[in-house]
Ligand binder design. Structure first.
Ligand code: C2E
Ligand code: MG
Ligand code: MG
Ligand code: MG
Length: 278
């Protein structure tokens, strides 16, 4: 019996594993081409504050695949992470975001915006990360106080002292830090206390069922209280409906991001959406 089920397992799992393996290999090869030919674009999603005022935007990368069209980062970021290609891609993302910041700095209606850029764990842990960010800021002329970096809790699994030292080096120049997808990962409160963060981003999973699941209300309330006591801003992600927006406002969460305010889009569209509605 065990033998039979062992054989079945092989028969059953092998084709699937094979398919995902070759897809991964294909993605790696094609990413190599994509990096060479700059097939990536950044989209910008509005982040709003009091009364829908535009506070800034999050830069979200897309792959303009010559055959498949726009590819989601959920597909290629994990592959790029595991192959190390995230280092080259991450440099391109940061450079492009900084150029966008410089373009905004020249326009009064965009001048105060903070642009948040996602940074993956492998990218952040690279020994040259800090010097590369500083060099990119210098080369582009972007104002460091208008650049935010979004980190995830996976970073906290590694050398925390090194992480803090790197954050402090960038903070010394005015760069801001958010902890993304907060509540889904590894944060312990003792780490959270030590990290020189500016903002917690409530993961969208807690916003999704906010109106139907009282546990999510309790979690959001707890994160807001934590933000208050640690003196951190709190931003909710994944706000899709007016009901979710209002529920968050009632809980005291004014900083919000989600499809309700605007989809990720080209930089010119940032001021078009509801984010700018009065
Ligand atoms: P994230 O940083 O947590 O980004 C939020 C994701 O939620 C984005 O998906 C965004 O398009 C989506 N989103 C925004 N508002 C809503 C909403 O109201 N409802 C729903 N259901 N979704 C919403 P996206 O752009 O597909 O990115 C997925 C993830 O890929 C990001 O999660 C981030 O972890 C990663 N990623 C995206 N761009 C970059 C990048 O430039 N560098 C790195 N390292 N990672 C990136
Ligand atoms: Mg993010
Ligand atoms: Mg997130
Ligand atoms: Mg995420």
């Amino acid at each position: 019996e065990a033998k039979a089920s062992g054989r079945d397992q092989v028969k059953f799992f092998n084709p699937m594993m094979q398919a995902s393996l070759s897809a991964r290999a294909a993605v790696e090869t094609e990413l190599h081409e994509a990096l060479k030919h700059e097939q990536f674009i950044l989209l910008y999603q509005p982040q709003v504050g009091c009364e829908g005022r535009l506070l800034g935007a999050e830069a979200l990368v897309r792959w303009q695949h010559p055959r498949d069209g726009l590819v989601s980062p959920a597909v290629f970021i994990p592959v790029a992470e595991s192959t190390g290609q995230i280092l080259m891609l991450g440099r391109w993302i940061l450079h492009t975001a900084c150029l966008q910041l410089v373009a905004w700095q020249g326009k009064p209606e965009y001048a105060g915006l903070v642009l948040s850029v996602n940074v993956s764990a492998r990218q952040f842990h690279h020994p040259d990360f800090v010097s590369e960010v500083l060099r990119t800021l210098d080369e582009t002329g972007a104002d460091p106080t208008h650049l935010g970096l979004e980190l995830t809790e996976t970073l906290l699994a590694d050398d925390i002292d090194n992480l803090i030292a790197k954050m402090k080096a960038l903070k010394a120049r005015g760069v801001r830090f958010s902890l993304d997808d907060f509540g889904t990962g590894y944060s312990s409160l003792s780490y959270l206390k030590r990290l020189p963060l500016d903002q917690l981003k409530i993961d969208q999973s807690f916003v999704r069922d906010l109106l139907v699941d009282p546990n999510d209300t309790a979690i959001v309330r707890t994160i807001l209280a934590l933000g208050e006591s640690l003196d951190l801003e709190v931003m909710a992600e994944g706000v899709e409906t007016i009901e979710q927006r209002d529920a968050l406002l009632n809980l005291g969460c004014r900083r919000q991001q989600g499809y309700f305010f605007g989809y990720p889009g080209p930089p010119e569209a940032l001021l078009d959406g509801r984010a700018n509605a009065r």
